[in-house]
Ligand binder design. Structure first.
Ligand code: ASP
Ligand code: MG
Length: 416
C-alpha cells in the first residue's frame, strides 16, 4: 500500500475501553498518543466506550425513575448511547488541543445501521461515505462505540461491551489494515496471570482459539472476534498506557505459536449444576425440562444425560450461578410429576484447554484428566469442541487445576 498520496494512506481503527477513558487526564494522555500516531501518516478512526462505569450509572438511574418496572427499551438505548457521546466528544476536543484536527461522530453520523433489537442490536450495514470524507480532510474520526441507528430512525445499542464490535465492524467496512484494541490488560495470556503465575503473553493467536477463549470469559467480546474472523480483520490487543508488545489475533499463515497443540488454559467461575434424578426416559421429557428454561431466558450450557436404567435416567446441566435459584425452582416445578427429585450445586467452575492443534491428535483428553487426577481434582462433567476440552470442577479447585494443566501442557514461561 502506498503512503505518499492522501487517498491511499492505510486506515487504522483503534478502540479505547471505558477504563482507559475514565477521566479527563486519561483522555488527554491518550489524545496525545493518538495525535502523535497520526503524524506518522496513518488515517485514524478511534472508537471509544463510555467513561469508566458510566453505562452502569445510567442503567441505575433509568431503573430509579421507572418505579420498579423495566425501563422502556427505546428510551434506555438512547440514554445509554449518551455515555459514548460524552467520551467521543471529549476525546475529539482533547485530540484537537494535542495538535491534530479531529471530529467526533455518533454511531448514526458514522453511518452505522442496525436492526431494531434494542439492547442487543446487530449491525446491518455501514455507509462509510462520511468517515471517508473526514479522513480525506486529514481529520481523526472519533466514533461513539456501542450504538447505531435502526431503520425506524431510533437509536439502538449493540449490547454490553459492544464497542469492540463497533471497532471491528468499522475496520471491516473501511478495509482497514488492522483494528487495535487498547485496554487495561496488555494482551492475551496462556492463562489468567493472577491465577497462574507462570502464564505467558501470547504474541499471536488464531480467531478460532480466541473465540473459544472469549466465550469462556477472556476480556473480549465474542461477537467482535466472530466478525473479525468473517472479514479477516487482524486485531491487536494491547495496553493503553504501557508501551509493551500486545497480542495479534489473526488468521494469517505465520502462526508458529498457535500451532502448538494447546495454546491456553481458560477458567470460568460461577457455574452451577442442576441434576434431575430418575426422570422417565421417553420422547418429550428433555424438551419438557428445557423449553420452560429457554422461555424464562435462562441459558443452559453443558448438558449430560446418563444411559437409561429400567426406563429411568439422570439429566444434569449447568447454568450460570446468577440463574441458579431460579433454575432450580423452575425445574422442580416442571419435573414434579416425572422425576424422583431435583438437586443442585452452585459452587462450580469450568476449566478448559484450548488449541487448534488438538483436533488431529489423540491423547489430549487423557493428559488433561491425568493432570487433574494427580492434583486430586474431581471432574464432575466433561464437554468438548473440536479445539477445546472443558471439565466442570469444584470452584475451590480452580487454582490448583489451572496450574496443573498449564504445566502439563508445557505452557509455563521458561524464565519464571
Ligand atoms: N459502554 C458500554 C458498556 O459498558 C459498551 C462498551 O463498553 O463497550 O457495556
Ligand atoms: Mg464499558
Amino acid at each position: 500500500m502506498s503512503t505518499n498520496s492522501g487517498e491511499t494512506r492505510p486506515v487504522i481503527v483503534q478502540k479505547y475501553g471505558g477504563s482507559s477513558v475514565a477521566d479527563a487526564a486519561k483522555i488527554s494522555a491518550i489524545a496525545r498518543k493518538i495525535s502523535d500516531r497520526a503524524e506518522t501518516g496513518a488515517s485514524l478512526v478511534v472508537v471509544v466506550s463510555a467513561m469508566g462505569d458510566s453505562t452502569d450509572r445510567l442503567i441505575e438511574m433509568a431503573r430509579e425513575v421507572s418505579g420498579g418496572r423495566s425501563p422502556e427499551a427505546r428510551e434506555l438505548d438512547t440514554l445509554l448511547s449518551t455515555g459514548e457521546l460524552v467520551a467521543s466528544t471529549l476525546m475529539a476536543m482533547a485530540i484537537s488541543s494535542a495538535g491534530h484536527p479531529a471530529v467526533s461522530l455518533s454511531g448514526q453520523q458514522a453511518g452505522i445501521r442496525t436492526d431494531t433489537t434494542h439492547g442487543s442490536a446487530r449491525i446491518a450495514d455501514i455507509d462509510v461515505a462520511r468517515l471517508r470524507r473526514e479522513l480525506e480532510l486529514g481529520r481523526i474520526c472519533v466514533v461513539a462505540g456501542f450504538q447505531g441507528l435502526a431503520d425506524n430512525e431510533d437509536v439502538t445499542t449493540l449490547g454490553r461491551g459492544g464497542s469492540d464490535t463497533t471497532a471491528v465492524a468499522l475496520a471491516a467496512a473501511l478495509d482497514a489494515e488492522r483494528c487495535e484494541i487498547y485496554t487495561d490488560v496488555d494482551g492475551i495470556y496462556t492463562a489468567d496471570p493472577r491465577l497462574v503465575p507462570s502464564a505467558r503473553k501470547l504474541a499471536e493467536i488464531g480467531y478460532d482459539e480466541m473465540l473459544e477463549m472469549a466465550s469462556l470469559g477472556a476480556k473480549m467480546n465474542p461477537r467482535s472476534i466472530e466478525l473479525a474472523a468473517v472479514y479477516d480483520v487482524p486485531i491487536l490487543v494491547a495496553s493503553t498506557f504501557e508501551d509493551v508488545p500486545g497480542t495479534l489475533i489473526h488468521g494469517g499463515p505465520h502462526m508458529m505459536e498457535v500451532r502448538r497443540a494447546v495454546t491456553a488454559v481458560a477458567v470460568e467461575r460461577d457455574v452451577a449444576k442442576i441434576t434431575v434424578r430418575a426422570v422417565e426416559d421417553r420422547p418429550g421429557i428433555v424438551s419438557q425440562i428445557f423449553v420452560p428454561l429457554a422461555e424464562a431466558g435462562i441459558s443452559v450450557d453443558v448438558i449430560v444425560q446418563n444411559a437409561s436404567l429400567e426406563g429411568l435416567t439422570d439429566v444434569t446441566f449447568t447454568v450460570s450461578k446468577a440463574d441458579f435459584e431460579r433454575t432450580l425452582d423452575l425445574t422442580r416445578q416442571t419435573c414434579a410429576e416425572i422425576a424422583q427429585d431435583v438437586v443442585g450445586n452452585a459452587g462450580l467452575a469450568k476449566v478448559s484447554i484450548v488449541g487448534t492443534g488438538m483436533q488431529n491428535g489423540p491423547g489430549y483428553a487423557a493428559t488433561m484428566f491425568d493432570a487433574l487426577s494427580s492434583s486430586n481434582v474431581n471432574i464432575e462433567m466433561i464437554t468438548t469442541s473440536e479445539i477445546r476440552i472443558t471439565c466442570v470442577i469444584a470452584s475451590s479447585s480452580v487454582k490448583k487445576a489451572a496450574n496443573a494443566l498449564h504445566s502439563a501442557f508445557e505452557l509455563d514461561a521458561v524464565d519464571v
